[in-house]
Design a protein around this ligand. Structure first.
Ligand code: HMG
Length: 445
């Protein structure tokens, strides 16, 4: 069976930066280490006044098409995953195609376009849709463009404010891909939850502490469901485990649970038994509460073992490098984590072809998906083409007053017109409103 998966990826960050320990923490009267050590974040990316989900998505897609030498005829499908959409009818993918048609001779009239919504997991669902479309033989040799784009802004003063971010990831899904092959096996954990939602409002209503627990519960279910179809997962099966990263501290919690799960009944559990005892089993306890207390105690000890620390440093920490500098990109976040891990491998001369990733996606509301990806021969060349370091370094660093202004400018309920902080170059920009309330865009050379 021909492999189907991600052929190429591009990342586009918002052009502004907010330093969390240096600028945000003092204004909030908080210890900077709450952000750097607790949440695990150094900075957030923000959109400048001329940027939004369309410009960031179109810019990522344009860079990807240019680098791969693609024309509109090569693309049979454009799916945008976002939870920051501004129209309940016209999908963001039509705007993105409109932007791209300004710079290509051909058009995308033949391409099936859509928009996917399920909080942050929609990016992965769009990948699945593209995979299924190709596997069903409906693609006529063409590739799919999947774009995950969000301005992940919270209301001022919300606990989530520190985890904001803005950026887009564009991915080309093809037969015989260069980067990773997607597995046919998937595991799901899905339940009707009210942890994070936006009932016809721009900024989310969030039950932050509960959202952390829901994330962990759905991920555990998804892992068990994945094992029911793909067989037991063990730590040595995967080189990296990119997870949805609302902030790195969240992944730190998920990683500990995952490590316990994948080492149960293995030599690693035996190895650790002298130091911290064996993992508690529910049948050995009189009540659920006693079992949970014992589990908590075991996890506290596990966290401090060299064995766990070593696994975390090699398998998880490299997935968080970019996220630490940009914050939560919602739908793009897990795809940033994948790129971050592969970039780390390239910088450390690791030979990854044929090895596997365990990818954990999550969206509030809530659903988790676990699947495996096999790294392809062409991965290093694809990752080497990313210019994310330069993009991050070139962001304009905001003062506190700049941040307050730009947050207001992007607030749909406010009518604030501000000067741009950066000068756009070779990118699509927002260019005002049309007669039916549509957004207009133009390309700046
Ligand atoms: P908070 O209450 O302000 O922070 O917000 P906190 O007091 O819980 O502190 C955070 C961590 O920093 C804690 O670590 C503290 O101990 C530590 P933990 O105990 O949890 O390991 N800390 C320090 N560490 C070192 N030095 C210090 C210090 N002070 C504190 N001085 C909260 C945290 C997550 C609630 C908030 O950021 C929030 O509401 N975020 C938005 C919701 C969210 O991101 N949830 C994550 C799971 S849901 C999800 O991922 C889906 C999502 O992406 C949306 C979607 O799917 O569409 C959000």
């Amino acid at each position: 069976m021909t492999a189907v998966g991600i052929d190429a990826v591009e990342i586009w960050t918002g052009n502004l930066k907010l330093d969390l320990p240096g600028t945000f923490a003092p204004e909030k009267g908080e210890d900077p280490e709450k952000y750097t050590k607790g949440l695990g974040l150094n900075a957030s990316s923000f959109p400048d006044s001329y940027e939004d989900i369309v410009t960031m998505g179109a810019n990522a897609a344009h860079r990807l098409m240019e680098r791969k030498g693609l024309e509109p005829d090569d693309i049979g499908r454009i799916d945008v995953a976002t939870e920051s959409a501004f129209d309940n009818s016209k999908p963001v993918s039509t705007y993105v195609a409109g932007c791209l048609e300004q710079v290509y001779e051909g058009d995308f009239h033949h391409a099936n376009k859509g928009e996917r919504k399920f909080a942050c997991i929609a990016g992965t669902q769009s990948l699945d849709d593209a995979y299924n479309w190709i596997r069903a033989g409906r693609n006529r040799g063409r590739s799919a463009l999947v774009i995950a784009t969000d301005t992940a802004l919270y209301a001022r003063g919300d606990d989530g404010e520190a985890t904001q971010g803005a950026g887009a990831v564009a991915m080309l899904i093809s037969e015989d891909p260069n980067l990773v092959e997607l597995s046919a096996e998937q595991g799901y954990g899905s339940a009707d939850e009210t942890d994070f939602l936006k009932p016809n409002q721009q900024f989310p209503s969030v039950d932050g502490k509960r959202s952390v627990q829901v994330y962990l519960a759905r991920m555990r279910e998804a892992l068990e469901d994945f094992e029911s179809v793909a067989g037991e997962v063990h730590e040595e099966d995967f080189v990296y485990a990119p997870f949805h990263t609302p902030f790195p501290g969240m992944v730190r919690k998920a990683a500990l649970l995952a490590f316990r799960h994948v080492t149960r009944d293995t030599e690693v559990e035996d190895e650790l038994a002298d130091e911290i005892g064996r993992q508690p089993r529910p049948e050995a306890f009189d009540s659920d509460d006693d079992y949970r207390d014992a589990l908590r105690e075991y996890m506290d000890l596990l966290k401090d073992t060299d064995r766990y620390a070593e696994w975390y440093d090699t398998t998880i920490d490299p997935t968080l490098t970019i996220s630490r500098e940009v914050g939560n990109w919602y739908t793009g976040s897990v795809h940033v984590a994948r790129a971050s891990a592969l970039k780390h491998a390239l910088e450390n001369d690791r030979d990854l072809a044929g090895t596997k990733l365990l990818v954990g996606s999550y969206g509030s509301g809530a659903q988790a998906e676990i699947h495996a990806e096999t790294i392809r021969e062409g991965w290093a060349e694809e990752i080497d083409a990313l210019n994310v370091d330069a993009q991050l370094a070139e962001r304009y660093e905001m003062e506190w007053a700049d941040y307050e202004e730009i947050h207001d400018a992007h607030n749909h309920e406010m009518d604030v017109d501000i000067e741009e902080f950066t000068t756009p170059s070779e990118e699509f920009v927002f260019d005002g409103w049309g007669r039916m309330g549509e957004r207009k865009y133009r390309y700046v050379d």
